[in-house]
Design a protein around this ligand. Structure first.
Ligand code: NAD
Ligand code: ZN
Length: 360
């Protein structure tokens, strides 16, 4: 069976592109979509300076998304309830997201819940969303997750100890606007942790078994850009911030099947509530046997950019917590099979996985 792949409809790239957002939004407000616009902004923009630059009108809703923790089924249900209450039956003209993966994913998942009944957890999985979401626009302020172009919105389900996305064509954004000025203020460590997510998605996809030439080409290009950025003198120069936005954009389109980094990372996110980018860094730091070349390159990048990755994060955990870490990792059979084959549990035994966590 061939997959009928979808990409985002429109994209705009360039320094200062944000000033054109009003032009993008105008036809959506005029042409048969008269409903209000819903703006989702990362809470780091609470000072109002970003909001003041946006084409927000009096009938619109602006919500700050608390990203002190990554999205959960509960947090998404909460934002969806607020949006529904505000709309009281009206159809929104557009949903717009300004932030990193957490804010973008929140917006994507809320979009699905505005046109589909039930709760966020009902749609964690593949092809469960039945009705198209409202028109959605992504404006990343942090590069790396590729959420702006991917077909998933990732949420943690605390009750089920499961981190899983709403994988659907309806989850995708319709328009992406990339303005590298928006990432100028990101703290250096955060910029690296999230940026390197692109590199991880792409090498995991390239070293797996579900592939095609289009996806491989996107992934190869994204990896080239990541190397250029992270092995340069200053990963945050004007030029490199724009390049990393493009790598993230390409990486999101290439994303589909990851390998063994992301499952171990998901374990850390579920059990220790560690953020995704940082968790990926720890996950790769103990997989020198599984990804030897990428491991070495990653270590060079960390050193070149002076990034912190302090050891001992699992020190003092209980046996129960180690078991939970193992379980929240090993549950991701698709990506583990993608890298290690159907017998992955022969390599990643409980003991082997726990030993890796202990080395972090
Ligand atoms: P994030 O969105 O959680 O943000 C991390 C931190 O950066 C937050 O404190 C935020 O306030 C801050 N921040 C964002 N923009 C900033 C700016 N311009 N200046 C200063 N601070 C800023 O981080 P992330 O790594 O982008 O996203 C992680 C989430 O994305 C996870 O939940 C992960 O599972 C998900 N993810 C999704 C996909 C996808 O395809 N949908 C892919 C990979 C990861
Ligand atoms: Zn990732």
């Amino acid at each position: 069976m061939y997959r009928n792949a979808k990409n985002v409809g429109h994209y705009m790239i360039g320094k200062g592109a944000l000033s054109q957002l009003g032009d993008i939004l105008k036809p959506l407000r005029d042409a048969g979509r008269p409903g209000p616009a819903l703006f989702f902004l990362d809470h780091c923009f609470r000072d109002g300076k970003l909001a003041a630059r946006l084409p927000v009108e009096s009938g619109d809703l602006l919500m700050y998304v608390d990203t002190s923790q990554e999205p959960t089924t509960e947090s998404v249900d909460g934002y969806a309830a607020r949006a529904r209450e505000f709309l009281s039956g009206k159809t929104p003209g557009a949903l717009l997201a300004f932030g990193g993966g957490s804010t973008l994913d929140t917006c994507k998942c809320v979009g699905n819940l505005l046109t589909n009944p039930g709760k966020a957890e009902d749609y964690q999985g593949w092809e469960l969303v039945k009705h198209p979401a409202p028109y959605k626009i992504a404006v990343p302020t942090l590069s790396g997750t590729g959420s702006e172009t991917s077909r998933t919105g990732i949420i943690c389900n605390e009750a089920k100890n499961l981190k899983l996305g709403m994988n659907s064509d309806y989850t995708m954004f319709d328009q992406v606007l990339l303005d590298p000025e928006l990432t100028a203020g990101v703290p250096r460590n955060q910029y690296f942790y999230t940026g390197i997510d692109t590199y991880m998605h792409c090498f995991e996809s390239l070293s797996g078994s579900y592939r095609n030439v289009v996806v491989d080409s996107l992934a190869e290009k994204a990896i080239d850009i990541c190397k250029r950025v992270f092995l340069s003198e200053d990963m945050m120069s004007d030029e490199n911030r724009e390049l990393l936005m493009i790598a993230s954009f390409l990486g999101g389109m290439a994303a589909g099947f990851v390998g063994t980094v992301h499952p171990i990372s998901a374990g850390l996110s579920m059990v220790l509530h560690m953020r995704h980018g940082l968790a990926n860094c720890y996950a790769l730091s103990v997989q020198e046997d599984i990804y030897p070349d990428e491991y070495r390159e990653f270590m060079r990048m960390i050193e070149r950019q002076g990034i912190d990755l302090p050891k001992g994060i699992c020190r003092g955990l209980s046996d129960q917590q180690y078991t939970a870490l193992y379980e929240a990792s090993i549950v991701h059979e698709k990506p583990l099979t993608n890298r290690l084959g159907p017998d992955f549990k022969k390599i990643l035994t409980q003991e082997n996985v726990i030993e890796r966590f202990k080395r972090m």
